[in-house]
Design a protein around this ligand. Structure first.
Ligand code: TNX
Length: 540
């Protein structure tokens, strides 16, 4: 598979440069007026992505008016989420929508409360009840309340997402939604190494992930083409190792303040940032920055192509482990979340023996700084540490032996995050005409990316080992938000639904109708999505 990958990706570089030159994709291209359908009918409670676990429709709708208040309970978190909701609703409705902390008193309007007594809602679930007098969202934890607010957004007309005043009316269909996630891990990965993305571009993506109740943002912070995070004890990693990107552009890196701002912004949207430093392969940017990390003591030049598998840290030099420890220590200090991803994929320039030695030394360092290891599934070729998670990125063509190696680790207690490249990779072309992306795992149309069951995906792996799903977005061919969006939309919501919704709701024909209804929302938000032919988009 990897050989295949090499050849394909090399040929693809030429075409991606042509696309970039043509400037075919722009962020926030002037959206066409929304085709919201009959704006006097409320959106049905079932027309939500991810599909809610349970919906009971019925009763009169609630109408948001100029007199509506957002009533929150007396917690800081409920108030914060109330303000977030107000920020979404005020520009398009033109209403004042004051946020008041009196949700305990009876009355109508929008009510947000963290005082649900219903234990079955867990840490991320919510209940939304709507009727003539109001809409109440209740949860036990802030994440659940936040997810409930995302559901409320989708129950309002698409025009609610616009940033200028719209006519309404603003109806929420009557009934009850009770909703909890299937999996705890619902991730998206962004490769900020092959192309660098600014803090604002990352925030824009975070906002898009939050819409679909994703809860992990995995940042691929280092690779051959760029090191993107400031490390004080090894400053040239960022200043030199981060100074370019694929195609030779200026690259860039996050200062620690930048990175903390990303973590804060994500946390405010209930996403945990999972940082990845890929090792021992995919390390040319580090090797170019410090000659002493190389076995021969000679720093290679910076790299701006899209080959993989040619670089390796020097497994038999002690300084390698000083380097790893310094990086892990500084990164762990920036990371409130539990996980640190150490990569471990495509280490084709590292012998198997060296790979095992390296992973045996590095995994305890992660634990020493209080974090849990995640690695790409090649980590199962070594001995995954206690509690480690393996991220599976194989395809239908992955050998039975390689799949079995991962399944055996799963039977032994290693948790799995599923990112099958021929299903969940957002950088794969949709079809032969897709102007961006790669195709080494084949074309991945919208149905293919949605139509699989994570619980039964990997033969021999117990369903209980599956922690969830993640959609990686590799950026060899992608250089700005518009291009990210073109590849992520409309496939990302499908992966989000696989992570959230019960398998019993899975149905491609119903899903494509719900997905089509998101189009006008993306138009309203200025998201540059691909109008894939397998989805019945409403006319613009
Ligand atoms: C494989 S997925 C890679 C990445 C590439 C990606 C392109 C993985 C763990 N390794 O280095 O960017 O394919 O699709």
């Amino acid at each position: 598979m990897t050989q295949h990958h090499h050849h394909r990706t090399t040929r693809l570089l030429g075409s991606l440069l042509l696309v970039a030159a043509a400037g075919a994709f722009t962020v926030g291209a002037a959206p066409a007026p929304a085709a919201d359908g009959d704006s006097t009918a409320a959106v049905p409670l079932t027309r939500v992505i991810p599909a809610p676990a349970s919906v009971t429709a019925g009763g009169a709708p609630y109408r948001i008016t100029g007199g509506t208040h957002i009533h929150v309970d007396d917690s800081r978190e409920a108030r914060r989420i109330g303000s977030y909701l107000a920020d979404v609703l005020r520009p398009s409705t033109g209403y004042r929508l004051p946020v008041t902390d009196d949700s305990d008193r009876h009355g109508g309007g929008i009510r947000l409360t963290l005082k649900s007594k219903d234990k079955s809602l867990g840490g991320e679930g919510y209940r939304l009840e709507s009727g003539r007098h109001g809409v109440t969202i209740s949860a036990r934890e802030p994440a659940g309340l936040f997810h409930g607010v995302q559901t409320l957004r989708q129950l309002l007309p698409a025009a609610v997402e616009r940033d200028s005043r719209q006519p309404g009316p603003w109806l929420v269909a009557g009934g009850t939604v009770e909703d909890t996630p299937r999996y705890a891990w619902r991730g998206a990965m962004l490769d900020v190494s092959r192309h660098f993305f600014s803090v604002d571009e990352v925030k824009r993506y975070i906002d898009q992930l939050a819409l679909y109740k994703l809860n992990k943002l995995h940042l691929h912070l280092s690779d051959d083409q760029g090191w993107r995070i400031a490390i004080d004890s090894w400053p040239r990693l960022a200043t030199y190792g981060g100074s370019t990107e694929v195609g030779g552009g200026p690259g860039g890196h996050y200062t620690k303040a930048d990175y903390k701002e990303i973590v804060r912004y994500a946390a405010a949207r209930h996403l945990e940032v999972v940082p990845e430093i890929d090792m021992p392969g995919h390390t040319n940017a580090a090797l170019a920055s410090y000659a002493e990390l190389n076995c021969d003591g000679v720093a290679p030049p910076l790299y701006t192509g899209i080959e993989v598998g040619f670089s390796s840290l020097c497994v038999n030099k002690e300084i390698t482990y000083d380097f790893v420890e310094d990086v892990v220590r500084e990164l762990a200090a920036l990371t409130p979340g539990r996980y640190l991803h150490i990569g471990g994929d495509e280490a084709h320039s590292t012998s198997h023996e060296d790979y095992v030695t390296f992973m045996e030394r590095v995994q305890p360092v992660v634990a020493e700084y209080g974090k849990t290891v995640i690695g790409w599934h090649q980590l199962t070729g070594a001995e995954p540490a206690e509690g480690a998670l393996a991220q599976y990125w194989g395809t239908d063509r992955t050998s039975a032996a390689e799949k079995e190696q991962v399944a055996a680790a799963a039977r032994n207690g290693t948790g799995l995050i599923l990112s099958p490249a021929d299903r969940a990779y957002l950088d794969m072309k949709y079809d032969k005409d897709t102007p961006l992306g790669l195709a080494w795992a084949g074309y991945v149309d919208v149905q293919r990316s949605y139509d699989w069951n994570p619980g039964e995906y990997l033969p021999g792996a117990p369903a209980s080992a599956v922690r969830g799903v993640e959609a990686p977005l590799w950026t060899e061919t992608l250089g700005d938000s518009g291009q990210l969006e073109y590849m992520a939309f409309p496939r990302l919501p499908g992966v989000a639904e696989l992570g959230w919704s019960p398998a019993s709701t899975h149905d491609w024909d119903a899903y494509r109708e719900r997905l089509a209804a998101q189009g006008p929302r993306w138009d309203a938000l200025g998201i540059n999505y691909h109008r894939a032919p397998d989805v019945p988009w409403p006319a613009r």
